[in-house]
Every structure is written in structure tokens, then in C-alpha cells.
Design a binder for this molecule. Sequence first.
Ligand code: SF4
Length: 433
Amino acid sequence: MKLLMIHVWNGSERSYRGRFSNLLSYPSLTLAVIYSLIPEGVFEQIDLIDENSQRVSYDKEKYDIVMLSFDTSSSLTAYKHCDEFRKRGSYIVCGGYHATALPDEVLQHCDTVICGPAEISVPEFVRDFSAGEPKRKYRNYNVCPADFPMPARNKITKRRKLKIPAVVADRGCSNCCKYCSMRTMWKSDPRPVESVVNEIKSLKAKMVIFYDPNFFGKREYALELMRALKPLKILWASNATADFGYDHELMQAAYESGCRGVLIGLESLNSQSLTGVGKRFHQADKYKEIIDNIHSHGMAVNGCFVLGFDSDTEEELLALPERVDRLGLDLCRFAVLTPYPGTKLFEEFEKQGRLITRDWSRYNQHNAVFTPVNFSAERLDEIYRIVWKKAYSWRRVLKRTFSSPWRKNGYVFILLGANIGFKFLGIDKRFRK
Ligand code: SF4
């Protein structure tokens, strides 16, 4: 039997990332993980396509099974692939965030849907398929993190990608932000430290990126992991929440274990907006202090902001680039608030009749897909583009890079490259239309 696995990316997302995409994307960990879950000896051929850098061809081979993993913004592209491969006689299996949130919709385009984590469901499906009895739906969250197999990274393409491997220690988060789709897929359940360390040792890499949505969320676990990372002498970065910036013991341990940067979803400088979406544990008036603290421990901060919360006003959002300057971030990112299916925010907006489209390809954090409170959806789109453009003027790119504490550590070219990469994320192009 022949199996094809596709990590689906929609075309507009690829063009959004533009010519600097290889500065900003990592090899697909999803494909490497799913490959490692396929029982040995069942398939004589397994092919992988990461659509971020490879094309899908329907007629190159005849596959018995095609497995696709995708998020909401790529779901329409995925449905096209499903329908085409189905016409050619393949059995279609879908998984990922969108399939977990809307399994019945996804089942209209496939034969089996896998909801939630893949670790138990994928091998179970393969066994059932081999026995001629595949089920329509699989959903099993009883995954033990100690049993995660080693991702089959040697099977995935690294062409046109950052050469930094991604690792996950805890893929869940115990917080409850209303807009977060992460929570629909995973619960917080960290892997044994020894298993994370063994995986990193096997990579023989000098730098890794932790995909954990909240690396420091379980403080004692994070400290134990960082103690174990220290002798490996690697450099690493991950996601954090703002409270990391108050905890000097944690910051010191992070630096000593090789952490040189954190990405924080600061989301808003308006405390009412933060409270409104369940992010009470962030205090906007403390952001400057937190960023200074993290800098003083030798780490850079990439701050992410979301535009379109109910308490946001046009004036406040338009002033964001100047206010971000004052925070002294090393890198910043902006996104339009997106109510992903499966989240509390989606339920709320649906009940309130505020969703303006179900064109999932627009659920990509670059378009307003709901009616905001204080301005129109069209105006939110405009504000979003203005904010990106202002925040990534050449003056700001250079100022952010050369006033960063990171420049003293010799990482100035990485920071400059990242700032320039973000400048050309395609947002700019839309302005020139
Ligand atoms: S802190 Fe981050 S990962 Fe955790 S629930 Fe909130 S948005 Fe999601």
C-alpha cells in the first residue's frame, strides 16, 4: 500500500509570507510526528508533502490513503485536495485544528476524521484500515506524553526552511484565553524531562526552537527542564506569558540554559480588552517593566498584538506603533482578532450574530471576519495594514534593531534579518495595490 501525507497550506498564506518565507518557517514538525506514528510494515511507500515549500500533484502517484493535516485558513485548499484525490480512488483521512473543531463539515470531504491528538488515533486508524474496518471518527485524548515517539525529522524536507529544529516539551497551556485555538487540541501535560533532553541531544543542533505555547507555564517543570538543558550548551527560544518577566529566578535559569529570546502574546495595551478575552493575568501598564526585566537578563522579546477587541478604539489602535516604540521590543507582530471555530470567542460571536463570513480562507489573522464594536470590519482591515506599515517603516526597523540590547551580544544580524523579514511579510504589498 502507498500512503501520502500532506501538511496543507493555502496559497494566499504562502504569498503573504512572500520571498522571505524561508527566514520565517521551520520544517514541518506535524509531518515528522505523524510519520513516526505509522506502524511499521504496513505501507511499502510513504510520501510527505509540506505545502509551504512543495507542490501537491494529484496524478504523480496513485495512493491508497491520503492523510491531510490543516488549520482553518487552509481548510478550503485541503477540501480541494481531498476531492481530487478521492476522485482518483484514494481513501482520505483528515486531522488537525479545523478537523477537531468541525469534524462533521470536514467529513463531507473525507472518509475518516481524526480529532485531537494523533498519538493513539493514527495507529488505531491504520490497524482498523488494514483490517478493513476503518471508523468515520477517531477522538482519543488519553495520550501519555512519556509515550511520544521520536519525530521522524529525517523524512521531511528542509529545503527553503530555517535550519533550526523545533521541539515540544509541553504542547498545552493551562490558561483560558477565549480566542485560543490551541486549547481545542491539547491539554497541558509536559513530557518527561529526560525524553526532551534525549531528543535534543539526538538533533546535534546548536539552536532549537520550542513550539510550546507557554514554555514557563508549569514553573517547577520549566526549572527542571532548564537545569537539564544547561549542560547541552544550546541556544533556544520559545513562547512565554508576560508573568515570565516578573520572575527573576526563572529568567536567570532561562538565560543560563541558553534561552536568548521569548515571544509574548502581549495582545493589547488596553487592560479592558485583556480582561474581556480572559487574559487577566496580563497587565498592560506593566509591559515596559517586564520587557526591561527580560532584557536585563540577556533575552530579546518579540511582542505580539491583536487588533479588534471589543474595547479597542480606532485612536488607540492607530497609536500602537508609537506606543510599541516606547516598550522597547526587539520585534513586534500584529494580527486581526480571529474567532476560530472551536473557541469560546467563535461561540460568542456566532450567538451575537457578529460573524460576517464563513469563508475559512479569510480566517487567517489578516482579515476582519466579524463585526467589531467601535468601528466597521473594513476599517479594522485598514487599521491593521496602517499599523503594520507604520511599525515596519525603515526608520523603525533600524531603530528597533540598533537600540536592542541584543546588538551588544552580536546577534544584530539575526535581529535585523527578522525585522526585515517581517517588513516584507506581504502586508506592505497590499498597500501598494
Ligand atoms: S496564554 Fe497563550 S497558549 Fe495559553 S490559552 Fe492564552 S493564548 Fe492560548
